[in-house]
Design a protein around this ligand. Structure first.
Ligand SMILES: Cc1ncc(C[n+]2csc(CCOP(=O)(O)OP(=O)(O)O)c2C)c(N)n1
Ligand SMILES: [Mg+2]
Length: 595
């Protein structure tokens, strides 16, 4: 998974005279940084100039938000830091959305933010803004170089903390502090081993699991981050426990495994929900059980209210935060799974008596869900039935099923925020971790495309696909130029339904089809792609979907980015936020029709 680093580590034991820029770049080197995403600016020039000699590639992007997302995708695939860097002021404010997204994805992104010079700060000069307060709630650590002599120390700490706390950190550097020479010692990276958690709580958890009649494992993002999928599989095998993926972590358990039941959450697997609802003990492994990820779905309140819940999370603040728990374990998901298996392997397990019956239930529920998906060609609500009538375009669900069937082995898929991207949750299955990159809890449109570009740079041998709605595409397609200029080939699959569909669904359900700001008139996305130097293909027939996806993924081997413009009807799946909207109420005459 990790890219092998061939360069020797920076000299760590000796103090040496060097400039602050050199100390900064040497500390990046010590942290095995080989790629930095960003946009040039005068504030970072002195350090940037050294990158080639330090073996660091600078990947210029179209927008700093893209750079932040690329760093996110890069880190999520490689298990290493993602690094981004930009010009003080506007370059840095452009990072905000991508750093917020990385925060909620728990991604170790190090954002380097040169700021205005110390001698003019406060005078309202050029490109000056408070760069620390903006990110104070979006980062796990903010390192500020308050004296150039501390360049190496604080740079190193920003890298350490991103890994330690699994989230973005900021390294804020007054731009004049890159200059001047001092004695520097380059610290070696500090990586802390996380253990399985408290021994008493592991014992209690093992007791609960040993006595469970119907144990279920929720395998979360923490399992992926800990490299713990094999440990999760081994524990599930021992218990004969169904395993469900937490929301948008479909790569946290191999989908070909007989115990895999699919994802929970919005547009997730009915099989997963039915099985978790029968649990008497749930092992929530590496998941914070986020509130959005366990909302009722498909008309089902599936969370087992009376089950005993064991929660394992590396962040103690997540334990019992959203769901009541019986046992909380602050530990690494992989080590905890291994420790639980060790405790259980010699014990008699109550769930063994009905193991075969449970396996049969899993088989039956999965078969029923697959059959339902096979027959679920289109949405059946009144709006969808109306718009699909006479439409020459594809039904989104059928298209998603075809894409699923054509997925190459070892694929990486990023997904955006939108109605069709959300519906895709049921159709995205993976055989290995570090394969799915969704916009997670921050939920920003425009996430998927730049993120997959970063992922592809980290794993050039793996096919890379982004699922993006047409609205979100117009926020992000500028980064096609990064693919072309930097030769990072990926395959965006753009769902052209000519609407901001997810939001339109709210207008259908709550606002009597008053469509304000949700219809889109689109140019030819395939044409735009071609004019930017990529391939652009319009797909409007179901039988062309699979071949087009396979050809586009093959073309990545020749360095080619292909935009697939999928022409789909305006059907809309279940809404995102039924939980958060209410029927409109109006008191004033002027607005009385608006109900
Ligand atoms: C940056 C940002 N702006 C606005 C939203 C609100 N929003 C959520 S989904 C959505 C519609 C997405 O439309 P599109 O990308 O076309 O996908 P579709 O729903 O049509 O499948 C919008 C605008 C958001 N999540 N993020
Ligand atoms: Mg759309």
């Amino acid at each position: 998974m990790d890219k092998p680093i061939t360069r020797p580590p920076a000299n760590s034991t000796q103090k040496m005279r060097m400039t602050a820029s050199e100390a900064f770049v040497e500390t990046l080197r010590a942290n095995s940084v080989t790629d930095v995403f960003g946009i040039v600016g005068s504030a970072l020039m002195d350090a940037l100039d050294l990158f080639p000699a330090a073996g660091i590639r600078f990947i210029p992007t179209v927008h700093e938000q893209g750079a932040g997302h690329m760093a996110d995708g890069y880190a999520r695939v490689s298990g290493r830091h993602g690094v981004c860097m930009a010009q003080n002021g506007p370059g840095i404010t452009n990072f905000v959305t991508s750093i917020a997204a990385a925060y909620w994805a728990h991604t170790p992104v190090v954002m380097i933010t040169p700021e205005s010079g110390t001698l003019t700060m406060g005078l309202g000069g050029f490109q000056e803004t408070e760069q620390l307060s903006i990110f104070s709630k979006l980062t796990k650590y903010q390192g500020h170089i308050n004296n150039p002599r501390r360049m190496a120390e604080i740079t190193a700490r920003s890298f350490d903390r991103a890994m330690l706390e699994m989230g973005p950190t900021q390294l804020n550097i007054p731009r004049d502090y890159f200059y001047g020479d001092h004695e520097f010692e380059i610290p070696q990276p500090m990586r802390i081993e996380r253990g399985p958690g408290g021994l008493k709580s592991l014992d209690e958890a093992a007791d609960l699991l040993a006595a469970a009649q119907f144990p279920v494992i929720v395998s979360g993002g923490g399992v992926v981050m800990a490299g713990g999928v094999d440990a999760s599989v081994a524990l599930a095998d021992l218990l004969g426990a169904p395993v469900v993926n937490s929301y948008l972590h479909n790569d946290s358990f191999p989908s070909r495994h007989p115990l895999w039941c699919g994802p929970l959450g919005y547009q997730g697997s009915k099989a997963a929900m039915k099985l978790v609802s029968r649990a008497d003990v749930v092992l929530a492994l590496g998941t914070r059980l986020g509130p959005f990820g366990t909302l009722p779905q498909h008309g089902m309140e599936y969370w087992p209210q009376n089950a005993r819940i064991i929660q394992v999370d590396a962040d103690p603040k997540m334990l019992g935060l959203v769901k009541k728990i019986s046992v909380g374990i602050c530990g690494d998901a992989k080590s905890a799974a291994e420790a639980l298996r060790q405790r259980l392997q010699t014990r008699s397990l109550a769930g063994k008596a009905n193991r075969e019956k449970r396996l049969e239930e899993i088989r039956k529920e999965k078969e029923a869900w697959e059959a339902e998906l096979d027959g679920w060609h289109h949405e059946r609500d009144e709006w969808s039935l109306g718009v699909m009538k006479g439409s020459p375009y594809m039904h989104p669900r059928q298209m998603l099923r075809e894409l699923e069937k054509a997925m190459p082995d070892d694929v990486m898929v990023s997904t955006d925020i939108g109605n069709i991207c959300s519906v895709s949750n049921s159709y995205l299955r993976f055989s290995r971790p570090n394969s799915m990159f969704a916009a997670m809890s921050f939920g920003n449109c425009g996430y998927a495309f730049p993120t997959i570009i970063g992922a592809k740079l980290a794993a050039p041998e793996r096919p890379a696909i982004a699922y993006v709605g047409d609205g979100a595409w117009t926020m992000s397609f500028g980064e096609i130029m990064t693919c072309i200029r930097e030769k990072i080939p990926v395959t965006p699959v753009v769902f052209n339904n000519q609407q901001w569909g997810a939001e339109k669904k709210n207008q259908v359900d709550f606002y009597s089809n008053r469509f304000l700001g949700t219809n889109l008139e689109n140019p030819s996305f395939a044409g735009i792609a071609r004019s930017m130097g990529a391939e652009g293909i319009v797909v409007d027939k179901l039988s062309d979907v699979g071949p087009a996806l396979r050809a586009a993924c093959d073309a990545q081997k020749n360095g080619k980015t292909t935009v697939l413009e999928m022409m789909v009807t305006r059907e809309l799946g279940d809404p995102f936020r039924r939980d958060a909207l209410s029927k409109p109420v109006r008191f004033l005459d002027r607005y009385k029709e608006f109900v």
